[in-house]
Design a protein around this ligand. Structure first.
Ligand SMILES: Nc1ncnc2c1ncn2[C@@H]1O[C@H](COP(=O)(O)OP(=O)(O)OP(=O)(O)O)[C@@H](O)[C@H]1O
Ligand SMILES: [Mg+2]
Length: 355
């Protein structure tokens, strides 16, 4: 099959159609509300942590890397004996956080950062494809759907063009740009593997770069899983039929739906934090503190060490605190190897239910 070389950006065809503009308004409104609501959580790391893990799980699932919440939480705490799948999901989460660090620090999303993100994700340094032979196949029939550009130089030129489009201002709505960037990136398909996952990380980093979100909390992977055949079909129809409008509408709808669902999740986490705080204040007033609540919500698994470090208390005291909270049935405990871990059961349930 002949390779398909995408046109460089910006596209000449009109992207701001009436339908698209209308959807842009509601999607932006939902996103802005999410950005505001997130601030009710006292420590933003709580949201970043839990949502990044959730996204790592969902995004990897698109690639058929399946793990459980439990394995995932263990992997993120470096608890031994995790499965390869959980390790891969963990790599996704560190790639995402690496990208978030690079973008907030440099206020740019450069080609070289994209390569770094993909290398972190795949844990190798293959970089941009140098050998030809990469095709996109239908997962069921094995039939080749499209052949991305093959020449190293073509890939580099297209990536430079994309870099310019990402970082230089234009007057199109950033959410529309995000949809275009995702299409273009997946069509360039610059790596041997991990293009889908890297492309999904670019989406969230672009929203941060554009100032639409202050922290990385809007992830489309769950929406994509639920609408997966549309995802593949619409991407492909941009290539074959130039149907850009449908693709953009699909992505805008994803932003809107996901923002609304994430608002609910943030509110539930907040509600649970308040409930936990009021129980501790009433039943264990001597050990209650805001910091303690934050530790219990920073991660679904809590360790004695977390309290020792954050509250500057001895291991013995920390262990007694956790035991007392466990007695109130706010925490469950398990022993893995020689260490004891405490699980925030209600938070676990909330995240398990997902957004
Ligand atoms: N049938 C298809 N039609 C259009 N685009 C496709 C099709 N199959 C895959 N793609 C694009 O290629 C990506 C997969 O490429 P690759 O395997 O390099 O990425 P990945 O991150 O390993 O996988 P995944 O996206 O499944 O998690 C998809 O996410 C999608 O964007
Ligand atoms: Mg793959």
């Amino acid at each position: 099959m002949k390779e398909f070389i995408p046109k460089p950006l910006p596209f000449t065809q009109t992207v701001e159609t009436t339908k698209v503009l209308k959807k842009t308004i509601s999607a932006n409104r939902a996103l802005a509300r999410l950005n505001g609501v997130a601030k009710i959580i006292p420590n933003q790391a709580i949201l970043i942590n839990s949502l990044v893990l959730q996204e790592a799980k969902d995004s990897s699932e698109i690639e058929n890397i399946i793990t459980t919440h439990d394995e995932l939480y263990r992997a993120s705490l470096n608890i031994a004996d995790v499965t390869n799948e959980a390790k891969e999901v963990q790599n996704y989460s560190s790639a995402l956080l690496k990208g978030y660090g690079l973008v907030t620090e440099n206020k740019l999303l450069l080609k070289k950062y994209i390569v770094e993100i993909q290398e972190e994700l795949e844990q190798n340094s293959a970089g941009v494809r140098k050998q030809s032979g990469t095709n996109l196949k239908n997962a069921h029939t094995g039939e080749v759907i499209f052949t991305p550009p093959q020449e190293y130089e073509t890939l580099q030129n297209l990536l430079s063009n994309l870099e310019k489009f990402i970082n230089e201002p234009n007057d199109v709505d950033p959410l529309i740009n995000m949809a275009i960037i995702h299409y273009q990136f997946e069509t360039i398909h610059p790596f041997y593997d991990g293009n889908g996952r890297t492309g999904r990380i670019i989406n969230i980093l672009y929203l941060i770069l554009q100032g639409l979100l202050d922290i990385p909390i809007l992830y489309l992977s769950r929406y994509i899983i639920q609408n997966k055949s549309d995802y593949y079909r619409l991407l492909q129809e941009v290539r074959t039929e130039g149907k850009l409008e449908e693709w953009i509408l699909y992505m805008l709808d994803g932003v809107e739906q996901t923002a609304l669902e994430t608002i609910e999740l943030v509110e539930s986490i907040y509600g649970l934090m308040q409930e936990t705080a009021s129980i501790l204040k009433e039943r264990l007033p001597k050990i209650y503190s805001k910091d303690l609540i934050e530790i219990l919500f920073m991660h679904p698994y809590t360790k004695i060490d977390f309290l020792v470090t954050r509250l500057s208390i001895t291991r013995k005291t920390a262990s007694s605190y956790l035991k007392q909270i466990e007695d109130l049935e706010l925490l469950g405990s398990i022993k893995i190897g020689r260490s004891k871990y405490f699980i925030n059961k209600e938070l676990f349930k909330l995240l398990h239910k997902g957004i």
